[in-house]
Design a protein around this ligand. Structure first.
Ligand code: CP
Ligand code: NVA
Length: 307
């Protein structure tokens, strides 16, 4: 069975550690792994816009000895003109892996079920697991370890980032807190999965409407946009609904003194986070952005070894 990476809990804790160890090794020695020598091609498909994911996969695939084929849904047959299943069958004859940023998680599952090459979720409406590999790597760099740390996600609890934080951090044995207003809480099924992982790995899960309670004593404070891609028509309503969930200096003051601030970017200063926090001394956002490159190179190397 081909190994895919569609959601954060598609791997075990041991495999998560293996990928993070490899990511740190690749950061130290960027050209030490060449699993795509040939050069083999990896398709990277975007149904939504991207800067970091596009650049980090393109550079990472080249670093690994391969050729990135960057595709946009608007310029391929995928979607309106050709089914996911047929696309999957065609792609596997030519490329070594498929990386896809799309809307529905179900589309990724269909692509994975229909192809013999690994499929990687480069962000869906439900999850952003590549981002979490980079985020966990960044936390490790700044805090030395993961298990036992408390991470507080403040904002849209129903977003892909919140869901991935729940699964990836619970898998890592962390305590994961999500503070979100009513109506924007994480999907119950994902909370249940996270609680199960937390119980297995010594972590915990807290879902609350109280941002101060979530952030109190936290080692890592995270937020993300209030308006994810595809929700642009809800912008005005969301800006109102999330008003009390801005990460500002007053909220950061409730976290541990040495807490770090993270954001997957792009950020909207003055909305989900104030400029003094995101551009301040506790912010590690540029390391986090750089680590997308190293973490995804590690992921691709690891996936190609499994398959
Ligand atoms: N964080 C992230 O995925 O950024 P892009 O949307 O720019 O790829
Ligand atoms: N939650 C955001 C993340 C962007 C990287 C979105 O889906 O738009």
């Amino acid at each position: 069975m081909t190994k895919h990476f569609l959601r954060d809990d598609d791997i075990t804790q041991a495999q998560q550690n293996e990928i993070l160890d490899l990511a740190l090794a690749l950061k130290a020695e960027p050209y030490s792994e060449k699993p795509l020598a040939g050069p083999q091609t990896v398709a990277v498909i975007f149904d939504k816009t991207s800067t970091r994911t596009r650049v980090s996969f393109a550079v990472g695939i080249a670093d690994l000895g391969g050729v990135p084929l960057i595709m946009d849904s608007g310029t391929s047959q995928l979607g309106a003109k050709e089914s996911i299943a047929d696309t999957a069958r065609v792609m596997e004859r030519m490329v070594s892996a498929i990386v896809w940023r799309t809307f529905a998680q179900a589309g990724l599952e269909e692509m994975a079920a229909g192809t013999t090459v690994p499929v990687v979720n480069a962000l869906s409406d439900e999850f952003h697991p590549c981002q979490l590999l980079a985020d966990l790597m960044t936390i490790r760099e700044h805090k030395g370890n993961l298990a036992g740390l408390t991470v507080a996600f403040v904002g849209d609890g129903s977003s892909n980032m919140s869901h991935s934080y729940l699964l990836a951090c619970a898998l890592a044995g962390m305590n994961v807190h999500v503070a979100a207003p009513a109506g924007y809480q994480p999907a119950p099924a994902i909370v249940r999965d996270a609680e199960k992982l937390a119980a297995e790995h010594g972590g915990s899960v807290l879902i609350t409407e109280d941002a101060v309670a979530a952030v109190s004593g936290a080692d890592v404070v995270v937020t993300d946009t209030w308006v994810s891609m595809g929700q642009e028509d809800q912008k005005a309503q969301r800006q109102k609904d999330f008003e009390r969930y801005q990460v500002d200096a007053a909220l950061m003051a409730h976290a541990d003194k040495s807490a770090i601030f993270m954001h997957c970017l792009p950020a909207y200063r003055g909305y989900e986070v104030t400029a003094d926090v995101i551009d301040g001394a506790q912010s590690v956002i540029w390391d986090e952005a750089e680590n997308r490159l190293h973490a995804q190179k590690a992921l691709l190397t690891w996936l190609l070894r499994q398959n």
